[in-house]
Design a protein around this ligand. Structure first.
Ligand code: CP
Length: 319
């Protein structure tokens, strides 16, 4: 595997899940694969889970790890071509990327959505520059529009907690005080569409996700109807994707607190499990009693980030 961005990159999901559970049973089984290999993790914004789980997965595989926080200790990087660099940015990404590639065997990139220019964000300019100029396999540690390591961990978690039959999985928008990217819901929808689940997406009108990610999922604007009979409730905020009205891209156009997941919302479900990628803002996305309830599986979900990443790094080391 030369890059890991979309669900197609991992191949058949049954095989990927089998590998995930094999690694979960024996995390150090493939430690020989990473001997004398170096992972470089590059962060353009903050992280707790991705940083720790990716580093742990790499160590499980015997790799050396270098972490670079671009905004803390590195030269400020220019990302645009054709600019006169007479401001505070000392180095261009187009030199920095091949230099980084000299010091490692694999590169993980966490970039970000600017949320002002939809076309620029959805073109994944920064990630694609790493793929093009680093000379090394590159995987997404959340980019402007996707978060595949999270979605793979979410899939592993659904597989572990589902009962008999095809589970009903509901991705629900919830309110937030800051404009957030669409990366997590995009990837969650993409991966659940590829899995054997009944996926329903619910959000206020105007918050339609990009059709390439919605796929064959059912979109239900009535949150209660969507949640009825749900086996899994995946709550997440996202800013307006600008699909129905491009001028709204990246904006908060709904602050309706009735979308917050509380015990009444969970009572409409089939004793559903509560999921969120974390970090989560309590009182906005979810109430304390729901996230602290026995049906909340946010911690095992986060723990599976180590497993999803282990499978991805293993595949890249084997390539
Ligand atoms: N879920 C997730 O990616 O968390 P971090 O932003 O802390 O890495």
């Amino acid at each position: 595997m030369k890059s890991f961005i979309n669900v197609q990159d991992i191949g058949p999901l049954e095989k990927a899940l089998a590998e995930a559970f094999e690694i979960k049973n024996d995390r150090y089984k493939y430690q020989h694969l990473g001997r004398n290999k170096t992972l470089m993790m590059i962060f353009f914004n903050n992280s707790l889970r991705t940083r720790l789980s990716t580093q742990k997965a790499a160590m499980n595989l015997g790799m050396n790890v270098i972490v670079l926080d671009v905004n803390a200790g590195a030269w400020k990087l220019e990302t645009e071509r054709g600019v006169i660099m007479n401001g505070d940015k000392s180095e261009h990404l187009l030199e920095a990327i091949p230099v980084m590639g000299c010091y490692c065997d694999l590169i993980g990139v966490r970039s970000f959505a600017g949320l002002t220019d939809r076309e620029y964000d959805y073109a994944e300019t920064v990630l694609n520059q790493f793929i093009r100029y680093s000379g090394k396999p590159v995987f997404a540690m959340e980019t402007a529009t996707v978060h595949p390591l999270q979605a793979f961990a979410d899939l592993i978690t659904v597989e572990e907690y589902k009962g008999q039959g095809r589970p009903k999985v509901v991705l629900t928008w919830a309110p937030h005080c800051r404009a957030l990217p669409q990366a997590v819901p995009n990837s969650f929808a993409q991966w659940m569409n590829a899995a054997d689940v009944d996926l329903v997406i619910t959000h206020p009108e105007g918050y339609e996700l990009d059709p390439q990610f919605v796929g064959s999922a059912r979109v239900e604007y009535d949150q209660r109807k969507a949640l009825e009979g749900a086996d899994f409730v995946y709550a997440k905020n996202w800013s307006n994707p600008g699909v129905t009205n491009p001028a709204d891209y990246g904006k908060i156009t709904c602050e309706d607190m009735s979308w917050t997941i509380d015990t009444e919302h969970m009572s409409w479900t089939n004793n559903g499990k509560f999921m969120h990628c974390l970090p989560v803002r309590r009182g906005l996305i979810v109430t304390d009693d729901v996230i602290e309830s026995p049906n909340s599986i946010v911690i095992p979900e986060a723990a599976n980030r180590e497993i999803s990443c282990s499978v991805v790094l293993k595949r890249m080391l084997e390539a």
